[in-house]
Design a protein around this ligand. Structure first.
Ligand code: ATP
Length: 135
């Protein structure tokens, strides 16, 4: 079994899609092992997106992820990291397959509703960053 860090981003909270997104993960069979509603500051955004801070898309991404509350969670299950990325769909909502969260609910490359860790190393780092007291 594996754990992964998921963010239900501020666009999803604003649009009232938290329940819709959470139900998809639960229906898939993943277990919620930690969850918190939180409004992050620029420092937390930078720590989370450390690998992207030099990219052109980072300043607007930081503005977006700090623009309102989000829901951070840790999901657990068999191959959870890859499964969450499949459920989330491609980064750009306009290109994401129907049936995925982004494919069904987003038309944007930035405001794409969710984040999921992209590797076991990222999952370990991100879970420690968001939920330092989780065993
Ligand atoms: P995430 O890491 O959030 O699950 P991802 O792995 O599909 O998404 P990354 O390439 O890691 O995408 O980019 C992180 C986030 O930065 C994206 O989810 C999106 O919100 C934003 N982003 C990525 N590329 C662009 C872009 N070209 N223009 C605008 N925003 C972007």
């Amino acid at each position: 079994t594996q754990r992964t860090l998921v963010l239900i981003k501020p666009d999803a909270v604003r649009r009232g899609l938290v329940g819709n997104v959470l139900s998809r993960f639960e229906a898939k069979g993943l277990t919620i092992v930690a969850m918190e509603h939180r409004h992050i500051d620029a420092a937390q955004a930078e720590a989370h997106y450390a690998e992207h801070v030099e990219r052109d898309f980072y300043p607007p991404l930081r503005t977006f992820v700090t623009s309102g509350p989000l829901v951070a969670l840790v999901l657990e299950g068999d191959e959870a990291i890859e499964v969450v990325r499949l459920v989330n769909g491609a980064t750009d909502g306009r290109k994401a397959a129907p049936g995925t969260i982004r494919g069904d609910l987003s038309l944007s490359n930035r405001e794409n509703l969710v984040h999921g860790s992209d590797s076991p190393e990222s999952a370990e780092r991100e879970i420690a960053l968001w939920f330092p007291s989780l065993d």
